[in-house]
Design a protein around this ligand. Structure first.
Ligand code: PEP
Length: 253
């Protein structure tokens, strides 16, 4: 059976010392009141924080994730951070294809496919993000958009590789806007994503794939989203920067 997961995407926040404090606070809360049985917790701090954050978290309770990695493995790529560098310091998962990477940094389907390959090659799990912008939702083409994103960047994987993926459906109009998808909207598209996985990889892998919802998810709305049959948890941006709020979300199953 698939795992339920709550993952925090810290984005470009906070300073390294405040990040270590945030991770320490979350660890303390989880020691006092552990996550529900079977629920995985992940945090994705900026690259500069990873090694210090790794020292204050228990990897059995919190999985260390990165927000991005290079399409290249090594070499003359100034400013990049490669997948083997991340796996070497204990990173277990990497967010790939976040809408901010797609829109601000112009990452296209082909680059994202290469990044997914790199993450898998180095023994980590991609958290692959997909989702439509507002105009696409208003035009009623959200399913086609998400289908295309999956086909172009992850459906080339062999079944054994795909089984390591975590999918995050993140409608771009809901990210950081305070506008959250309704539980019906979330369930409908998560179910659609699972049907695409079933068509490509079969029933077992479809049933076992964790599909997270992301976009203005917080403690006050997480429970009704997570209660949907095809919503297996959340990728949390802003609300993951507050240890108490994030801990409440972890307890929303
Ligand atoms: C995100 O950036 O992945 C996200 C879901 O952000 P927020 O929760 O702030 O909308």
């Amino acid at each position: 059976m698939r795992k339920q997961i709550v993952a925090g995407n810290w984005k470009l926040n906070p300073t390294p010392s405040n990040g270590v404090q945030l991770a320490t606070d979350l660890m303390k809360l989880l020691n006092e009141n552990p996550q529900p049985e079977g629920v995985g917790v992940a945090i994705a701090p900026p690259f500069t924080h990873l090694m210090e954050v790794a020292k204050v978290i228990d990897p059995k309770k919190i999985c260390l994730a990165a927000q991005n990695c290079s399409f290249a493995e090594s070499g003359a790529f100034t400013g990049e951070v490669a997948a083997p560098m991340l796996s070497d310091i204990g990173v277990m998962a990497v967010i790939i294809g976040h809408s901010e990477r797609r829109s601000i940094f112009h990452e296209d389907h082909a680059i994202l496919a290469t990044k997914v390959d790199q993450v898998l090659k180095h023994g980590m799990r991609p958290i692959f993000c997909c989702g439509e912008v507002l105009q696409e939702r208003n035009a009623g083409i959200q399913n086609q958009i998400v289908e295309n994103q999956l086909k172009e960047s992850v459906f080339h994987l062999e079944p054994g590789q795909f089984a390591k993926l975590i999918i995050a459906y993140e409608p771009v109009w809901a990210i950081g806007t305070g506008v959250v998808a309704s539980k019906e909207q979330a369930q409908e598209i998560h179910r659609f994503i699972r049907s695409l996985i079933r068509a490509r990889y079969g029933q077992q892998i479809a049933d076992d794939t964790t599909i997270l919802y992301g976009g203005s998810c917080k403690a006050s709305n997480a429970a009704e989203l997570f209660a949907q049959p095809d919503v297996d948890g959340g990728l949390i941006g802003g609300a993951s920067l507050d240890a108490v709020e994030f801990h409440k979300i972890i307890h929303s199953f």
